[in-house]
Design a protein around this ligand. Structure first.
Ligand code: PAF
Length: 273
């Protein structure tokens, strides 16, 4: 990876990184397309990072489809598919790995429901940044909190990397694309788009001038429960830092996570009000 990188730099090429955990779907492929628009060379990593999964989470079951991922990436002409093993990413072993941790931003939402998750994410992304040394890195908006945390880490460590957030890709019925959608049964799959629909409903109310944020969150929560979800959070926050908005705040993110059967789904919409 380093040798390639040297030769690219020698020719004046910029490098864009698209970190993934594989099982690539159209959402990931759109990240690769966007990366192409920002650099002459694109590196895609596939690494199912053990440190970002909790003990009772789906690390063992997480879909690993490297052969199919490789074929898909060949069509997109990504320059390198980098698939480091655990020993390359964590040379001293997971227990002795240096941990990169962003406080504050990781306290709530997915950080609260998945203790240690964001430490795993920032630790692995910092390592991938060090291994690949990109000029640009692309992350999906679906993981809204994640991309904010990575932006914070990158700025805080003064890493010379531009973080780009790519729009969420959706199925025709609005469900955000995710590898975890394949955990849904047929009947759950039919219900799943209601997560996005409930966020859209909140956005509509906000755009109509409604400012009772608690009420909007509670109504959406009740609607999700009635549909069969087990909600984790539904929140209306400032888009820049996930703090509670005041009535004059203009950039808002409406974000939610909810369990549906075996799947934990997340989604968000950013709006200006
Ligand atoms: O969003 C993901 O797929 C992962 O959290 C990431 C950024 C590849 C780190 O493992």
């Amino acid at each position: 990876m380093r040798e390639l990188h040297e030769s690219w730099r020698h020719h004046g090429d910029h490098v864009a990184l698209v970190p993934t955990m594989g099982n690539l779907h159209a959402g990931h492929l759109s990240l690769v397309d966007l990366a192409r628009q920002h650099a002459e060379r694109v590196v895609v990593t596939v690494f199912v990072n053990p440190t970002q999964f909790g003990e009772d989470e789906d690390f063992d079951d997480y879909p690993r489809t490297l052969k199919r991922d490789t074929q898909r990436l060949k069509k997109l002409e990504a320059d390198v598919l980098f698939t480091p093993d655990v020993a390359t990413v964590y040379p001293f072993g997971i227990d002795k790995a240096t941990v990169v941790s962003v406080p504050g931003l990781t306290r709530n939402f997915c950080g609260a429901s998945r203790p240690g998750h964001f430490d795993g994410v920032t630790t692995v992304v910092a390592r991938l940044f060090a291994l690949v040394q990109p000029d640009v890195a692309v992350f999906g908006q679906k993981d809204y909190q994640q991309q904010l945390v990575i932006r914070h880490m990158t700025a805080d460590l003064s890493l010379p990397i531009r973080v780009i957030t790519a729009p969420t890709m959706r199925e025709a019925d609005g469900l955000a694309m995710s590898s975890r959608n394949q955990y849904l049964s047929e009947s759950e799959r039919a219900i799943a788009p209601q997560l996005h629909a409930s966020l859209e409903k909140i956005c509509k109310e906000l755009q109509n001038g409604k400012r009772d944020f608690d009420q909007l969150e509670n109504d959406a929560w009740a609607g999700l429960e009635a549909a069969g979800f087990v909600p984790d959070y539904v929140a209306i926050r400032r888009a820049e830092n996930l703090e509670p908005p005041d009535r004059d705040c203009d950039e808002i993110v409406v974000l939610a996570a909810a369990h549906l059967g075996k799947a934990r789904l997340i989604d968000n919409i950013v709006i200006t009000i």
